[in-house]
Design a protein around this ligand. Structure first.
Ligand code: NAD
Length: 252
């Protein structure tokens, strides 16, 4: 039986692929057979080495997604390297922490620009090329538990990730009939730079761990399977969903 999770012959673009969840997703897609364009503002050397170790191919593309400037270049560099782009993983994201009473416009704009605005316009550039070529593709947005919950001290992050869930559904509704699947993954509490501050705070760390049915912080490798699923033929009839990968947090 053909393996419907196989990504051989596909090309993926992963933003924020140098570390954390983006790195783990890039390696998982490469293991499943995809060529992977590694987009971000930091060195991709570690991710390139991990991809080479699994026998895959990666192309680093230097881009700061705080603005829309690099978007067309990301598409151009990917297509001139691989001939095509079939999968887009919108993973790059930042978080800024402060009480809502003190939160600044700078911290609002920085988070919304990267986590939401750049995601929309990169998805638009990616989808325009698919539509022009008359072919389908896959978009996977990395959302959050804060797509479902309020949280505390992260107003722009919660707004961006809740907005991203809505955007995922809107794009799915517009593009499903064109063969473009738009879905999201909502990671729970994973051990990455994004959550350093929480793990460093003994009270928050203990409270978070006590609520996770699986009993441990997610390890980046544990996100890979969901990303491969939503990037592959196995999910061809899945549109507009936000899939929690959270050790059971939301079930609690
Ligand atoms: P991380 O901080 O390790 O990774 C963030 C990535 O975004 C890095 O690769 C970074 O270089 C990139 N990035 C930041 N600013 C950028 C910019 N201006 N241009 C291009 N790239 C930029 O954290 P992570 O946990 O791996 O986060 C990845 C995604 O997962 C984020 O969208 C985050 O919100 C989401 N997420 C993480 C968790 C968690 O528990 N770690 C939970 C829910 C959602």
């Amino acid at each position: 039986m053909a393996n419907s999770f196989d990504l051989t012959g596909k090309t993926a673009i992963v933003t924020g692929a140098n570390t954390g969840l983006g790195q783990a997703i890039a390696v998982a897609l490469a293991e499943a057979g995809a060529k992977v364009a590694l987009v971000g503002r930091s060195s991709m050397a570690e991710t390139e080495a991990m991809i080479a170790d699994v026998g895959g191919q990666g192309l680093p593309i230097s881009a700061d997604l705080a603005t829309l400037d690099p978007i067309e270049r990301i598409m151009d560099e990917t297509v001139s390297w691989a001939g095509d782009a079939d999968i887009l993983i919108n993973n790059a994201g930042i978080i800024r922490r402060a009480d809502a009473l003190e939160f600044t416009e700078t911290d609002w704009d920085a988070v919304m620009d990267l986590n939401l605005k750049s995601v929309f316009f990169l998805s638009q550039a990616f989808a325009r090329r698919l539509v022009a070529a008359g072919k389908g593709g896959k978009i996977v947005n990395i959302a959050s538990l804060l797509s479902f919950q309020g949280g505390i001290r992260i107003p722009s992050y919660t707004a961006s990730k809740s907005g991203l869930a809505g955007l995922t559904r809107l794009l799915a509704c517009e593009w499903a009939a064109r063969g473009i699947n738009v879905n999201a993954i909502a990671p729970g509490y994973f051990s990455t730079n994004n959550t350093d501050a929480l793990r460093a705070d003994p009270d928050r760390n203990a409270a978070i761990l006590a609520r996770i049915p699986a009993g441990h912080w997610g390890q980046p490798k544990e996100i890979g399977g969901a990303a491969v699923f939503l990037s592959s033929e196995a999910s061809d009839y899945v549109h507009g969903t936000v899939l929690p990968v959270d050790g059971g947090w939301l079930a609690r």
